[in-house]
Design a protein around this ligand. Structure first.
Ligand code: ZN
Length: 425
């Protein structure tokens, strides 16, 4: 038994050394940040590189570099110019792609911000950014090169920010989350820190995050706003805030987002970060969460705690909304002939790739609602804004209902796998 333990430890050390060596061979311990402008005109999309910079420190993963955990609605892929191999890839979603589902997008145009972070390569690379539609067809592609000798790649000195660590892991591969302040004046700094602590405590009280408490860093970065509160268009209230966020995104009253993605990254640059949570100083109800982009949540509303967990389920976990309404205006969000990439909904086109392996064979698919007591985990019709043709794993879940206290089994499993992917247990 003792001998086995020694062998096991030796193998682990070897693998870690080999992977760390591979990362060090290809990358510096620094970040390459590429900003994109996503331009849509009457449904046609073009993507352009808007800016490129590098700065010290890399907070992202150093393993699983060439594999995606989830497909997302877009991907950025770095390839070696020497041999074409994929050196790094990451997936994400954008608000612009949600806008494309609105009637307005067919008759209007707009430009949107997006930022990709990647480890800084030591050699010349090609960086491809692609956006895909709900049928997985590519709708925009931006190809660019990074050459380490290029003097026009801005080399940023360390930025001093007002930061406070709320949770600090001893692990080098811990997941780094930054909490940013939106709509807090200089005098409201302490209020922001209080809300940040509440948010972190609430997130970490949920399984599976609770089970992985030693794998997380949470750091609050305070950026003052000129005005207190955030913009509420329904009330004619437009304020001057750090990140220009507002409710009524796409005219949906409770949908709180910001168009200023580059500013979020500017504010976070002084600390190691992979995931962004923005707390909005308002008692209005609402929020938004976009996969590998950001979570934005109203911090003074009574539903703050469940909403920040729900939105982080979107932005960190890539989880879909499990709620739906009869005659929902978002009814066509998920085409019924494609399996969505989100792990907690299915159209049954490829259910085997979802939570089927978690179900006993006796569970009927689909599962009749009348049997929800017998089958806490099943395949219940309704989800992803659709009353028909999209199925969710459980009758209730944190991704469906603010009053429900836990994630369903499929969401919990999906989040656990993602934490493993980032931290490689
Ligand atoms: Zn769920």
């Amino acid at each position: 038994m003792k001998r086995l333990s020694v062998v096991f430890i030796s193998v682990v050390v070897f693998v870690l050394t080999a992977e760390g060596g591979e990362f060090s061979r290809l990358f510096a311990d620094s970040t390459l940040r590429v900003d994109y402008a996503l331009c849509a005109d009457h449904g046609r999309v073009n993507a352009y590189r808007r800016g490129i910079r590098k700065f010290a420190g890399w907070a992202g993963r150093r393993h699983n570099l060439d594999t995606l955990a989830l497909k997302g609605n877009g991907q950025v892929t770095m390839r070696s110019c020497r041999d074409g191999r994929v050196m790094y890839t990451q997936s994400f979603s954008t608000l612009m792609q949600e806008w494309l589902s609105t009637p307005e997008s067919k008759e209007d145009n707009g430009a949107w911000e997006m930022t990709a972070l990647m480890p800084l390569p030591k050699d010349t690379v090609e960086i491809e950014m692609t956006l895909t539609d709900m049928h997985r067809d590519t709708i925009a592609r931006c190809l660019s090169q990074y050459n380490p000798a290029d003097i026009l790649v801005a080399s940023r000195l360390p930025v001093m920010v007002d930061s406070v660590y709320l949770v600090r892991s001893l692990r080098a591969d811990a997941i780094d989350v930054v909490l940013l302040s939106e709509g807090y004046t200089v005098a409201e700094r302490d209020s922001f820190l209080t809300h940040a602590r509440v948010a972190v405590d609430e997130i970490m009280s949920y399984v599976p995050w609770q089970r992985s408490a030693d794998r997380w860093n949470f750091v609050a970065v305070f950026t003052p706003s000129a005005d207190s509160g955030v913009s509420v268009p329904d009330k004619g209230q437009w304020l001057n805030t750090a990140f220009g966020s507002h409710f009524a995104t796409f005219y949906s009253p409770r949908y709180l987002t910001t168009p200023c993605v580059w500013a979020l990254h500017d504010a976070a640059e002084g600390v190691p970060y992979e995931h962004i949570i923005v707390l909005a100083n308002t008692d209005e109800y609402g929020g938004g969460g976009i996969y590998n982009n950001y979570t934005l949540t109203a911090a003074r509303n009574q539903w703050f705690k469940p909403v920040v967990v729900h939105e982080f389920g979107h932005s960190f976990g890539g989880l879909a909304d499990e709620y739906f309404y009869e005659n929902d205006v978002m009814e066509d969000s998920y085409p019924k002939d494609v399996e969505p990439w989100e792990p907690n909904i299915t159209t049954l086109v490829d259910f085997g790739s979802k939570w089927r392996r978690l179900l006993p064979v006796s569970v009927p698919v689909p599962t009749p609602p009348a049997q929800m007591g017998k089958y806490p985990l099943g395949v219940y019709e309704g989800g992803g804004y659709s009353f028909k043709g999209v199925y969710r794993p459980a009758f209730e879940c944190r991704m469906r209902n603010n009053s429900y206290p836990v994630f369903c089994g499929a969401c919990e499993d999906a989040l656990s796998r993602l934490i493993e992917y980032y931290t490689k247990d």
